[in-house]
Design a protein around this ligand. Sequence first.
Ligand code: GRF
Length: 203
Amino acid sequence: PSIVVLASGSGTNLQALIDASRERDYPGEIIAVGCNKPDAFALERAAQANIPTFVVNHKNHGSREEFDGALMAELRRYNPDLIVLAGFMRILTSDFVHAFRGKMLNIHPSLLPAYTGLNTHQRVLEAGDRVHGVSVHFVTEELDGGPVIAQAEVPVHAGDTADSLAERVQEQEHLLYPIVVRWFCEGRIQLGSDHVLFDGQPL
Ligand code: GRF
């Protein structure tokens, strides 16, 4: 299966996926990396790995619809089996999400449904939670609200800062995302009407 990764930032998750996809028996191939920011370090990581890149700069598009239209046009060129959002910091229109229903994954740094949105690590600290983590989910219209496929937990330690916590969570992100993408590529996970099917069984 072919994969397009969309990113906005440093691209450490992209790197984990690139590294995994180079393993001999990995079932998926990253055929392109797209960014909404022309200076995203993710673009350099892709170039280093000889993966084609494209930029759809949100600043050059007046509306979300226009931006999504341009992004859609790029994606149609590659026609991937799977779109992997890896730190892609744009909210997508419902038309866009519908067009790729069941074919788009996102990684979010919290144990969903807790802490959708931004600044999750800080909010976990402020709430005094003892456990935090990361979720991989199918993308649906609801922001960070699509059915969860897999999660990994990390402990919150006394004295943690948002940064130390982020680092602990990211370590898990880099392990979890390549595994879930592998499952998708092996045809093991599917989006049902409103839930995930794993090997044909509801999760
Ligand atoms: C990750 O924490 C991911 O969970 C969130 O954005 C961050 C992206 O980091 N959605 P990176 O660009 O992969 O390093």
